[in-house]
Design a protein around this ligand. Sequence first.
Ligand SMILES: Nc1nc2c(c(=O)[nH]1)N[C@H]1C(S)=C(S)[C@@H](COP(=O)(O)OP(=O)(O)OC[C@H]3O[C@@H](n4cnc5c(=O)[nH]c(N)nc54)[C@H](O)[C@@H]3O)O[C@H]1N2
Ligand SMILES: Nc1nc2c(c(=O)[nH]1)N[C@H]1C(S)=C(S)[C@@H](COP(=O)(O)OP(=O)(O)OC[C@H]3O[C@@H](n4cnc5c(=O)[nH]c(N)nc54)[C@H](O)[C@@H]3O)O[C@H]1N2
Ligand code: SF4
Ligand SMILES: [Mo]
Length: 733
Amino acid sequence: MPNGADTHCPYCALQCAMTLTPANQPGSAPAPAAAPASLAVPVLDVSGRDFPTNRGGLCRKGWTSASLLRHNGRVTEPMLKGSDGVHQPISWDQALMLITAAVKDTQKQYGMDAVGVFGGGGLTNEKAYLLGKFARLALRTSRIDYNGRFCMSSAAAAGNRAFGVDRGLPFPVQDLDSASVILMLGSNVAETMPPFVQHLQGARDAGGLIVVDPRRSATAAFTADGGGFHLQPTPGTDLALLLGISHVVVHEGLADTEYLRTRTSGYDALIRSLNAFWPERVQSITGVPATLIRETARRLAHGARTGGAYILSGRGVEQHVDGTDTATAAINLSLLLGLPGSARSGYGTLTGQGNGQGGREHGQKSDQLPGYRKITDPAARAHMAKVWNVDESLIPGPGLPAVQLLQSLGQPDGVRCLFVHGANVAVSAPDASAVVDGLRSLDFLVVCDFFMSETAVEADLVLPVTQWAEEEGTLTNLEGRVLRRRKALTPPPGVRSELWLMARLAELLDAPSTFSDDPETVFEELRLASAGGLADYSGIDYAMLDRGEAAYWPYPAGSQGTPRLFADGFAHADGRAVLVPVTPSKRARRSFANAAAPGSLALATGRLLEHYQSGTQTRRVAELAASQPEARLLIHPATAAARNIADGEFVAVSNERGEVVCRAELSNTVRTDTVFLPFHFPGQENANRLTEAATDPISGMPEFKTSRVWVRQAIPVALPTGAGLPLHVKEAS
Ligand SMILES: Nc1nc2c(c(=O)[nH]1)N[C@H]1C(S)=C(S)[C@@H](COP(=O)(O)OP(=O)(O)OC[C@H]3O[C@@H](n4cnc5c(=O)[nH]c(N)nc54)[C@H](O)[C@@H]3O)O[C@H]1N2
Ligand SMILES: Nc1nc2c(c(=O)[nH]1)N[C@H]1C(S)=C(S)[C@@H](COP(=O)(O)OP(=O)(O)OC[C@H]3O[C@@H](n4cnc5c(=O)[nH]c(N)nc54)[C@H](O)[C@@H]3O)O[C@H]1N2
Ligand code: SF4
Ligand SMILES: [Mo]
């Protein structure tokens, strides 16, 4: 890598382009004068690179990402937990032997499905594809799912039923630049994808940026001065809000009737379903003034007719027990206005993880085979049996979605031996304390990671794997664009790639079919596997990606790829989009309006700019940890005063599942009935001690965004000395 490697950020789905150069080379930034003791000297410098998603910009996480490559907390040898609970290094040969024995013993005693796999949306396409194949053919289990179930599954389910296909943004991100109106539903890009904000600038300056968030997030604050506005609904009421906006569109004659007639089906049933959601009624459900509900509808319709209008959704509206229906309501609104597939307007969901898009296409989902094929579809099974050169009967059927998979750990007929690749479920899964109990009840837990994550700590065996800049591969960003991740650094000795691991284990387990450990060879197989599927990559190869060609799927061999979907039709057989009538379910209503809980508050959870997900990585970056060392509960001053809580004081946040202890931050950015916690911190600061493992009935997505909690003052008996350290508290008297 003499002149640096052109690659992309290890974190989110914006996949900002960056160049990695050896540190302290001529032209590179100087090393920090006093490198923190916990860090090795950075070996690579990061610079932003021009690319449509980021235009040279990076956020703080991107800038500091290379400091983890040689962090001294890195796991560099396989680590086996002894009977004393302490992990000790062992050789790779021993590790492979132990795993093989554990898999064989477990399956002999309890059946094939007693071995499970939990994957991640950060894995490259190659790793995600091979993991699905490894589970089905080497482990012969149906029990594979991944953390994308926590992230994208409701938006994906809604997209599939409305459009017949799920690609987060069905258009390139720069299309947003010229929009005059953008409705942002529960997405806080100003913190979760900072360089993305430049694509909102045009709409914001035109007075057309509208943000829906119960909290005055950084993105909501960005609407100010531009003439746009912030809608602040009661958490969990977005579905009603969207029905209200749709009601206005229909009743004020703002709908695009020609588009509805020629490009959609289901109009009559949809109209009937909207009848009961007139703006004043919706105001009483959501707290959003009827005038603003009408204004939102009118601005969107005006934008659709003139400068271009977009509706974008994020986790705030999707991570609910009615997330699929809420995303569907957003799609219905966009269809009423004629946005999807039109030249200057559209609808999209903002995919979250680095490979959140590609990771949901190639087979680590319990119901899925590569190319976004259904595992129950006989034609899909026959196709994959041919590519893998196995008998179709060898491919297991559908398994269990993530939450149910985790609930089955250690249970009779459940999973007893689990492989985790790229997820930290001990922190990030709903009802995390129950998940940790599940992990502890396993006969054998194998975790692949670069660090001792909270999940790795629970493992019998931790396997050290290569980090992003130490391996080749591809990712698919939030636009459905396939990108090359490049190797810039030799991994530390002792560290192995996950492709290598799967290939060796497949051999030891006598798997049928071949398992290559070479990324490009695996990608060539993925091309064949995806050919003819919805997410068809067959026309894409490493050479064209290395030349910087823009490759948007579907990209069948011989085509030019598809930057914009839906221009000529939707992916259903009749080419039409389906309007699916949806209304708030009793179950969802219960989750946000629990009237039988006096004194309780709605807990919303989400993200801070500085930390990524469960924080395994960013809590180890000195600069980021210094800036956000601990969880803080955002609470409205009036709500705090009623509980005698002062700014910076410790509070206990509790419900029937558990308790979080952290400092309070008084802020009028949250509603008086709502508190907000980030989920990046472990132990007593872990927000997921409070979330419920209730899931959306269609997508299996958990309810992360609204839980009922009680907040009270707490007095610490020992001060924390660092992020995530256990705090001991006693009750305030
Ligand atoms: N800094 C940072 N960036 C990230 C990540 C990270 O961990 N840290 N993770 C990446 C990933 S995987 C993802 S999925 C994306 C997520 O990106 P976002 O969707 O932007 O992130 P969140 O903070 O989870 O949620 C967005 C907003 O939803 C609001 N919200 C909560 N409840 C409700 C509700 O009931 N209705 C509405 N309308 N809004 C609600 C929250 O207040 C929050 O401001 O970010 C990606 N980028
Ligand atoms: N309360 C609450 N909980 C949430 C959310 C929320 O908004 N609120 N959001 C949910 C969402 S959207 C998501 S996406 C999940 C994410 O939550 P997690 O699945 O826990 O995500 P990460 O923290 O990114 O965990 C990835 C782990 O894998 C490691 N890792 C990174 N890359 C690789 C790799 O290539 N291979 C291997 N083997 N390991 C790797 C990292 O070091 C880290 O330990 O959290 C969910 N949990
Ligand atoms: S916005 Fe996302 S991809 Fe871009 S630098 Fe930040 S974390 Fe990386
Ligand atoms: Mo996510």
